[in-house]
Ligand binder design. Structure first.
Ligand code: FAD
Length: 456
């Protein structure tokens, strides 16, 4: 009988252990299930759906080049796979492990009905395996990194099988366009394709391009005006490339790659956190934050909208939020500034920001997003202290963001470096650009007061 290969966010043919195992057993039925129904499922956001559409098309083309194809089905994963097995006579399903709570639920349900073989390969080490001296999982990044690096480098990546045997008869497949993953009216993603090419081949090209710049990463990664980072995040999120491949290529790059490898390890750390705290996307890591008096969103609605639309009057924040909307991605330094601004300057619960990022980022990732939001809020198990309040107007010149602001906030493009970070104070705010929606000092005092009143 044929074997089912269940793709999720591991949309590649190289270094894909489930594919290698399935192909070794005979005919393979590769399937992707669009699942919004498994219990606790968190529906994929709009920007991610745009990416998924193109990534699936690319995967199908790569499979066809090897004599196979991709079958598309939608619904509850366990029900869909059971049905597909019945139709085709398959009994075994190969898949890579995933750690989001809904995927774990789906894996349990599939394993109840079919012979499910799970393989590793989406992380440097299987999340949940590294143990502290006392036998628990790591909660703090730095000791996690130390333990992880002792197991590095990861095993050399495996090549894709040369040929993938087809079943005697292909089962029915949905039509990708019928899934309506792309926005129609308005087409808010029209700018995305200038920046991004989803798919495995493009992911590998990004790695190759980045090898030359990696030597300067340590310095350049903090400067939003430069293309100093790899932009691999959506490719890694959708598993178009394996972290083992990235690690092995980068470790051989010119210069010191450690700073970059430490960032890749944050991905593993975040999964290790959601293994321990599956509800991390909605529950505070520190219970004291349950008593924090965030502003009521009904009262703060105007401020929240100004943040989302990049009209806060803080140029660096507005540039970031507009970059996010236009391209589905935001520079990491600016993500930190914009998130901190929402949480502390506007005193809006981090969960609202997390949700907005979830919907608008092409790299929206349950582990990475919730861990970074909770880190910024101070509510995480490993987190920045809430009372350390970032000053956007100081961060902006410090990280040389002038050209970045010019690119994303055209109203300010004519201002000199000396005025562009804080046009209000410089007396140079043009008509059509808003005054700051709250002053830094006033916001800081309000946030610190709310934090002092927190219980515990
Ligand atoms: P590079 O600097 O080239 O890093 C290489 C890879 O390392 C990234 O592709 C990513 O996979 C990983 N990485 C780097 N920094 C982090 C980090 N802090 N945490 C976890 N992994 C990291 N990243 C996501 O992938 N998805 C998210 O939903 C997400 N939400 C975030 C929300 C906030 C509030 C903040 C502050 C950060 C968030 N990040 C998220 C982390 C980080 O901003 C992005 O991974 C990074 O900007 C992606 O760009 P890059 O690929 O060029 O990164």
């Amino acid at each position: 009988p044929p074997t089912i290969l269940w793709f999720r966010r591991d949309l590649r043919l190289s270094d894909q252990a489930a594919l290698i195992a399935a192909a070794g057993e005979g005919p393979v039925i590769p399937v992707y299930v669009l699942d919004d129904e498994t219990p606790k499922h968190r529906k994929m956001g709009g920007a991610s759906r745009w990416w998924l559409n193109h990534s699936l098309a690319s995967l199908d083309a790569s499979l066809r080049a090897k004599g196979s194809r991709l079958i598309l089905r939608s619904g509850n994963s366990a029900q869909v796979l059971t049905e597909l097995a019945k139709e085709t006579g398959a009994v075994r399903v190969h898949a890579l492990h995933h750690y989001e709570p809904w995927w774990r639920n789906a894996e349990r349900a599939v394993a109840d009905a079919l012979d499910l073989c799970l393989h590793d390969g989406n992380y440097l080490l299987p999340p949940g395996t590294l143990r502290t001296g006392s036998g628990g999982l790591y909660k703090i990044y730095t000791p996690f990194w130390r333990a992880l690096s002792e197991h590095m480098p990861p095993a050399p990546p495996q090549p894709a099988p040369a040929h993938i045997a087809a079943p005697g008869k292909w089962p029915e497949s949905d039509d990708l366009s019928g899934w309506n993953l792309l926005p129609s009216k308005p087409d808010w993603a029209k700018g995305f394709s200038a920046d991004w090419t989803p798919g495995e081949a493009a992911a590998r090209e990004r790695v190759a391009d980045f090898l030359d710049e990696a030597a300067d990463y340590d310095h350049a990664r903090n400067l939003p005006s430069r293309e100093g980072t790899s932009r691999l995040s959506p490719h890694l999120h959708f598993g178009e490339i394996s972290p083992a491949y990235v690690w092995n290529r980068l470790a051989k790059a010119k210069g010191n790659a450690t700073v970059f490898l430490k960032e890749i390890a944050w991905r593993d750390y975040a999964q290790n956190i959601i293994c321990q705290f599956p509800a991390y996307g909605r529950e505070n890591g520190r219970a004291a934050f349950d008593t924090m008096a965030w502003r009521d969103l009904r009262e703060a609605r105007g401020d929240f909208a100004a943040w989302k639309e990049g009209r806060t009057g803080y140029p660096i924040v507005d540039a970031g939020m507009r970059q996010l909307w236009a391209t589905g991605w935001m520079h990491n330094r600016v993500r930190m500034i914009a998130a901190s601004f929402l949480i502390k300057h506007l005193l809006i619960d981090w969960r609202h920001g997390e949700q907005w990022f979830w919907d608008t980022l092409v790299d929206a990732d349950y582990g990475n997003n919730s861990v970074n939001w909770q880190w910024t809020a101070g509510s995480g198990v490993d987190a920045n202290m809430f009372v350390r309040i970032m000053a956007p107007l100081t961060q902006s010149p410090k990280f040389e963001a002038a050209d970045y602001i010019r690119e994303w906030v055209p109203e300010l493009a004519g201002l000199p470096d000396a005025a562009i970070h804080d046009p209000e104070t410089a007396g140079r705010r043009p008509d059509g650009y808003p005054a700051p929606i709250i002053g830094h000092r006033e916001a800081r005092e309000r946030a610190l007061l709310a934090h002092r009143k927190m219980k515990g």
